[in-house]
Design a protein. Structure first.
Length: 96
């Protein structure tokens, strides 16, 4: 049986997020600030992290923008994929 989901009041969420953002400049990382707030409040780290991501506007799915290196690698992958498809087509034609 799963544990019932705990809903925190919006004021608690806002307070935890503000604590993380206030501590972040003095910590080595955002994660360290999240761990500190989690320990002080008793709220699980993943919950605090989710609240901070939502407040700051961080999307977890994929990069915000592609770097030049990512674009270059995608173009290289497309070229290799096309070459592979051509080889497969040639092999299928020669085996018939």
């Amino acid at each position: 049986m799963s544990r019932p989901r705990r809903r925190y009041p919006e004021a608690v969420r806002d307070s935890a997020v503000q604590m993380v953002l206030a501590l972040e400049p003095d910590m080595p990382s955002r994660w360290a600030a999240i761990e500190t707030v989690s320990a002080r409040t008793g709220i699980h780290t993943s919950t605090v992290r989710t609240w901070v991501r939502a407040a700051v506007g961080i999307t977890v799915r994929g990069p915000q923008s592609d770097s030049a290196e990512v674009r270059r690698l995608r173009a290289e992958l497309d070229a290799l994929s096309t070459t592979l498809q051509n080889v497969v087509t040639q092999l299928r034609g020669s085996s018939l």
